[in-house]
Design a protein around this ligand. Structure first.
Ligand code: PXG
Length: 465
């Protein structure tokens, strides 16, 4: 609680913000008409807003505060680093202790074949880096025509031009003439949304085989890589059927296509293993990371580079003309190291795998008996819940009912719970430190939010079944 440090009223912050702050992914006019929610402090899984409300953060910020809020070890590590060496670059054959130590510690925690890490400042920059490195790799392999990336519809890979183009969401592509050239999208393994008339495993194999069809169509000599989130996060916590990734891995290997696992959300314990790639049994050639890398305390991203890719790059590429002023920023590395140590010392990943994950999964699954819920799914500590109008037919509400948006708003305003709405899919991704009691709170509040949604829809004359 640090209300005391609030120097101004909620209304004053909202007014300043409305006048001068342009928000990401926001309808600015709509936001300014009502004013932003002002957050002032946080501890563990609990946020405090400027009116003194305590809100359970079911989203770990934006899928990132894996160690939870209020870990002073991180603040102290960053402060110490800022006093010793607040900045130096890692260009021009220079390094510094936090970059070297963090690179070593991270690659020790990564799968065995990933022994190098390039640092960025965000997940988007990580994916831009992947796009460039993969193409340079194929140039080194004397296959310079291998340039196209295959991605998936409804994927999220960031907001730079390349990241937004790799992403497969229709709305961002409608603005500003995206996607850029050289990217092809195939279908996603979203069984509840798109495959319920089929056996889930059969559907998973079918969607994976779209990759083979796309490679044939584009020509194997033109395809550089396939990129996928192990579990699509922003797309609605889409957990692929078990059949999906083995088939993807087979196709990438047979067709000589790099496999990129975008672990920006799934990395650092989210799926109950250190890496989503482990959960789904794949060995990516490049692995972008961010978010849980520093638990969001300081902005940072990175790309793990496999031995397969690093070898030819080192042997043949010479200088690769790619890097960011803040690649390996000392304060970010210090934050990352401190966060990683907390995860390791407190065995947070094992905790998610063995205790918190199974506990919340079972509690979350209990929501499936709610009249508005078509499916409640979860892996590790990331969950999705499908709101439906008719539980028997799984028919959804039409978009105008705005069921997801209403549920989210009710959750935060009436029941003190942050959930995300992806259309009519509610998603959660709480800090990995969430206790069993807090899991109960989360699910209890989610249920009340669903009840509130039902009342609101009835009141507004939306037909329920
Ligand atoms: N890849 C994945 C898989 C992501 O989830 C990015 C890349 C881009 O990271 P940066 O750090 O550039 O934002 C992300 C980010 C949402 C939401 O509403 C999700 C993200 C970002 C913002 C909002 O679910 N994921």
């Amino acid at each position: 609680m640090n209300i005391a440090t609030n120097l101004r009223s909620t209304a004053e912050y909202q007014a300043m913000d409305a006048a001068h702050h342009w928000h990401p992914f926001t309808d600015t006019a709509a936001l300014n008409a009502k004013g932003a929610r002002v957050f002032t402090g946080a501890e563990g899984v609990w946020l405090t807003d400027s009116d003194g409300n305590r809100i359970l953060d079911g989203m770990a910020g934006l899928w990132c505060v894996n160690i939870g809020y209020g870990r002073h070890e991180v603040a102290e590590a960053v402060a110490r680093q800022m006093r010793d060496l607040p900045y130096y670059n890692t260009f021009f054959q220079c390094t510094h202790p936090p970059a070297a130590e963090f690179a070593e510690a991270l690659t020790a925690a990564a799968p065995d074949h990933l022994n190098r890490v390039f640092f960025t400042n965000s997940g988007s920059e990580s994916n831009d880096t992947v796009f460039r490195l993969a193409r340079v790799y194929w140039e080194c392999m004397d296959k310079p025509t291998k340039k196209t990336f295959i991605s998936r519809k409804n994927a999220y890979h960031g907001s730079t031009i390349c990241g937004a183009s790799l992403g497969g969401m229709a709305a961002p592509h409608r603005q500003g003439g995206l996607p850029m050239q050289g990217i092809h999208h195939i279908g996603q393994p979203y069984w509840f949304g798109e495959g319920r008339d089929m056996d889930a495993e059969e559907f998973g194999r079918m969607r994976a085989r779209e990759l083979e069809v796309a490679i044939d169509w584009l020509g194997e000599d033109n395809v550089a890589a396939f990129i996928a989130e192990p579990v699509q996060g922003a797309g609605g916590v889409i957990i692929p059927p078990e059949s999906y990734f083995p088939e993807i891995a087979r196709i990438c290997a047979e067709r000589n296509i790099l496999l990129v696992a975008d672990e920006v959300i799934c990395g650092f314990g989210r799926t109950g293993n250190w890496w989503g790639s482990e959960t789904f049994g794949i060995e990516p050639d490049l692995m972008p990371i961010a978010k849980g890398l520093t638990s969001g305390y300081v902005p940072m991203g990175g790309v793990f580079i496999s031995d397969r890719v690093a070898g030819p790059l080192m042997d043949k590429a010479g200088e690769i003309y790619h890097g960011y002023t803040y690649s390996g920023h000392p304060a970010a590395c210090a934050a990352g190291l401190a966060s990683l140590r907390i995860m390791q010392e407190e065995q947070l990943v094992e905790r998610v795998r063995d205790r918190a994950g199974p506990y919340l999964q079972q509690r979350w699954a209990s929501l499936a008996d709610h009249p508005l819920v078509g499916e409640a799914r979860m892996v590790g500590l990331m969950g999705g819940l499908e709101i439906v109008r008719d539980k028997k037919t799984m028919e959804r509400f039409d978009g105008e009912a705005e069921a997801g948006r209403r549920c989210r708003d009710t959750a935060v305003a009436q029941h003190g719970l942050v959930m995300r709405a992806v259309g009519d899919t509610m998603v959660i991704s709480p800090p990995l430190v969430i206790s069993e009691e807090e899991c109960d709170e989360l699910v209890g509040r989610a249920r009340k939010s669903l009840d509130g949604l039902a009342d609101e829809l009835t009141r507004d004359g939306v037909a329920l079944d």
